[in-house]
Ligand binder design. Structure first.
Ligand SMILES: C[S@@+](CC[C@H](N)C(=O)[O-])C[C@H]1O[C@@H](n2cnc3c(N)ncnc32)[C@H](O)[C@@H]1O
Length: 268
């Protein structure tokens, strides 16, 4: 196999290309072929790379490319001496099937590397002003895939209720059932909860309330998002209160016509 041939399994973070790592950008600049997921910003990608780019994720009216086909495409291109980037949302090893892709490459004898990305499990709450750990509120956090209720049950059975923050990916559609599962496992219905959709994009949307209100919360149709359950959600409200009172003290800000009351934490 030619020396340059290599597959990079690269994390693209939650959506905003500003959150791509320096190494991710370098690999994209050097790439001959990029296979990217649906949530990746395709315009930003084309600005960074001259490689051939194919979306292999699920897009409107089109199914995703089967996993086996993605393995075959990566292996074939690497054998032809191409530098391949497999660009995945968030971090490639967090619910992204990156482990399966690494195993397929290893089995085929293809040199590969992992370029970690900013996972939405931490970034989406963070951009909404919710730290997943906070002294006195949560000293740990649990990241779960919310689309299979049996595996959620198994994990919740092994955790003391209200002892950690819970972040659920792929769970917005089933948020009512997931909230009921938590309550059935002993979590207080009054536990603070949040939904953060499309974090780091112009469509970012956040709801906060109680665990027992999660099912009734109306999120934007079709939006991708994470659920956050735990006392840490209160930090977002505390930050908003603190920011508003600081803004009131700063008359220059308070007197600006049309000044936005909505507090954003993603960008300064
Ligand atoms: C297949 S998982 C991939 C997770 C990814 N590997 C990571 O580390 O974040 C897709 C899930 O990530 C979450 N997600 C992806 N992008 C998001 C964003 N911009 N805002 C909120 N959640 C997002 C949603 O829960 C979505 O269902």
């Amino acid at each position: 196999m030619p020396n340059a041939a290599r597959v990079s399994l690269v994390g693209a973070g939650p959506g905003d290309p500003d959150l791509w790592t320096v190494r991710a950008v370098r690999r994209l600049e050097e790439a001959d072929l990029v296979l990217y997921d649906a949530l990746v910003d395709a315009d930003a990608l084309r600005r960074v790379t001259r490689a051939q780019c194919f979306c292999v994720g699920k897009r409107a009216r089109r199914d995703s490319v089967p996993q086996e086909t993605i393995h075959r495409l990566m292996i074939r291109a690497a054998k032809q001496g191409k530098r391949v980037v497999r660009l995945k949302g968030g971090d490639p090893f967090v619910f992204g099937r990156g482990g399966e892709e690494a195993l397929a490459l290893a089995a085929a004898g293809i040199p590969f590397e992992v370029v970690p990305g900013v996972t939405t499990a931490v970034a989406a709450p963070g951009l909404a002003g919710i730290p997943v750990t906070h002294r006195g509120l949560a000293s740990g956090f649990l990241v779960l895939a919310g689309h299979t209720s049996a595996s959620v049950d198994n994990v919740l059975a092994s955790v003391r209720p209200n002892s950690v923050s819970v972040v659920m990916l792929m769970g917005v559609g089933a948020r009512g059932e997931l909230a009921s599962q938590l309550v059935a496992h002993g979590w207080s219905p009054a536990t603070p909860a949040a939904i953060v959709c499309e974090a780091s994009t112009p469509r970012e949307w956040t709801w906060t309330g109680r665990l027992d209100g999660l099912g009734g919360a109306e999120s934007p149709a079709g939006a991708t998002g994470v659920l956050v359950i735990g006392e840490v959600v209160r930090v977002r409200d505390a930050l908003a209160v603190a920011s508003r009172s600081a803004a009131r003290e700063d008359s220059a800000v308070a007197d600006t016509p049309g000044a936005d009351n909505e507090v954003k934490y993603g960008r300064v």
